[in-house]
Design a protein around this ligand. Sequence first.
Ligand code: LHQ
Length: 258
Amino acid sequence: MLFERDGGVAEITLNRPDRLNAFNEAMHRELARCLETVASDPDIRAVLLTGAGRGFCAGQDLGERVVGEEERAPDLGETLETLYNPLIRRLRRLEKPVICAVNGVAAGAGANLALACDIVLAARSASFVQAFCRIGLVPDSGGTWFLPRLVGDARARALALLGEKLPAEQAAAWGLIWRAVPDEVLMEEARRLAHGLAAAPTRGLALIKRALNASWGNDLDAQLDLERDLQREAGRTEDYREGVRAFLDKRPPRFRGR
Ligand code: LHQ
């Protein structure tokens, strides 16, 4: 993993380009450490996740999960329980916006890792592949939860059952991701977004994230109650006071994420 800080933005790069950034255990451990740092440092106010080389992430490194005829089948549930599920939960619960810049193919758990981020930008040459069905597996890392919610059941089923490559522009047109952009501007655009978010009222953004995360499991009444509670909290932030004052003074606000 590469971990760089630029002002309030932490840039995390999956960095096994010769394997299209497929996950091995070391990568999982390093990414978890990066996300712990991000969570605990109040000066980091937004995260940018991307991949080195021509791919974003090819999911699990299948070389690490080879099963010989004689060997007992590996417990893939255990792999999910200990590595992938904590990663997805960590990203969703992180009280900071996470931008994903999908620089190339995102396959298997790599595709669903991208979908777990808050705003997904992709290079036009990138693609999304629910590769699991090609090797007898089930979409994991939240795939069966994200897909139908983002693109509807008909498209989710075809994506999961066929495992075809979905080009970035089609993914954007379907609402799977926020936007597909020309390859040469991907990182510039992603950094612009990340720095904009890092300078925003980030306590408020964290509460927005919490509200939207909860929305998919709530009915309207529960969600109205949650909005009431979160707005109460947002109304007590320094940034809210600053936002209103700046608006009334007709000057740009200076948010500090407090
Ligand atoms: C790889 C991989 C890879 C190792 C490319 N592993 N080397 C969770 C719990 C526990 C276990 C099981 O899994 C999971 C979740 C999962 O993610 S399951 C799904 C795992 N991922 C896949 O099935 C995708 C496998 N990869 C592909 O289908 C293709 O590589 C894609 C469509 C991603 C890209 O195709 P190409 O652009 O044609 O590239 P390539 O296939 O030539 O790959 C480049 C190199 O990367 C190549 O190595 P080589 O030595 O020949 O240059 C690949 O072997 C290697 N690679 N994915 N997952």
